[in-house]
Design a protein around this ligand. Structure first.
Ligand SMILES: [Zn+2]
Length: 327
């Protein structure tokens, strides 16, 4: 972790120039409760001396959107960091409801892909520059966008990235395929040729910013379904994950939203006894998060199949509604 942090200067340099402040900017992070990010920052705060830290504030994606907007207005961040899907819904809510929110100088997303309409909304309609960081909990820093805000420069000396086809054969630059990483700084958990589950391509283009770190382009990461709730708010799938994260007996879950207030929850647990034991508290936690009067049909499974596309979706919404209802 200490070896990794030293390379943060590369990213800090871009952030500083895009937000127009050299140091001490105000950074607001929208995360799920107990996110690895938070634990990493706690460790750095306790174990390192970093003289010029950003002023950081963390909010949960499980909080009601009104509270999040209010907290943003109070904290007045220069930079907002969050999951692509959540940020997109936040800005859609602002546009649809004409709510006033303090606008940051820069928005940073990660964790999943940002849709083109979402990108356009934030950059063109709200006029806020948008960049992404490419990180993974398994290996931390992988790539970062520069001032050009197009492709990702790879932290090639921290994490080697190669692109392979379905048979694991290396693909040439300019051809899109699966991202396979080898982490070069983890001494305890060595990752060699590890599939991240993302699709991207390496490019031979040289960047106008002058950085010579190689470029990765067109990352097609996880695309998660946002849940639009009956009361007009929305929920990011990471908020659902927070319910199961600490319940070790739950091996896999899938929440399906059939109607705004009708769900089914499919659970794979260690055995049926633990399923019966855990179910009442899981249902209560889900109702608290989703809707107290929601109908949630549970079912026990010994396995949940990954579809042919290879991407298992833990949260699926059958109610396609891209815009929150104006309130
Ligand atoms: Zn560049």
């Amino acid at each position: 972790m200490i070896a990794n942090i030293a390379f943060g200067e590369r990213e800090r340099d871009v952030l500083a120039s895009l937000c127009g402040k050299g140091v001490h900017w105000r950074e607001l992070m929208l995360l799920y409760p107990g996110a690895t990010f938070t634990r990493v920052f706690d460790f750095y705060r306790d174990a390192t001396f970093i003289p010029l830290r950003p002023n950081r504030c963390t909010l949960s994606v499980a909080q009601p959107i009104e509270e999040v907007i209010q907290a943003i207005n109070q904290f007045r961040p220069d930079i907002i960091v969050g999951y692509a899907g959540y940020l997109e819904m936040l800005f859609r809510t602002l546009a649809a409801r004409s709510v006033r929110m303090h606008l940051p100088r820069l928005v940073i997303f990660g964790g999943e892909a940002m849709s083109d309409p979402g990108r356009h909304l934030i950059t063109a309609q709200f006029g806020v520059p948008l960049i992404a960081l490419y990180n993974a909990v398994e290996s931390f820093k992988i790539g970062f966008m520069c001032e050009e805000r197009a492709d990702y420069h790879l932290h090639e000396d921290l994490c080697h990235v190669k692109i392979v086809d379905g048979n694991g054969k290396r693909l040439p630059d300019g051809v899109s395929g699966e991202v396979v990483i080898s982490n070069l700084v983890n001494r305890a958990t060595v990752l060699l040729n590890y599939r991240l589950g993302d699709v991207a391509m390496r490019t031979t283009r040289t960047c106008t910013c002058g950085r010579t770190l190689p470029l990765l382009s067109a990352i097609d990461g996880r695309v998660e379904d946002i849940l639009h709730l009956r009361n007009g708010t929305f929920l990011h799938p990471m908020a659902i994950w927070a319910i199961f994260k600490h319940r070790g007996e739950v091996l896999r879950y899938q929440l399906i939203q059939h109607e705004p207030s009708r769900f089914s929850i499919r659970l794979v647990t260690t055995d049926e006894v633990s399923y019966q034991r855990l179910l009442p508290s899981i249902l209560q936690d889900l109702r608290t998060l989703l809707d107290e009067s929601a109908r949630i049909d549970p079912s026990f499974h010994t396995r949940l199949e990954t579809p042919g596309t290879g991407k298992f979706r833990a949260v699926v919404s059958m109610c396609r509604n891209d815009k929150p209802e104006p309130s």
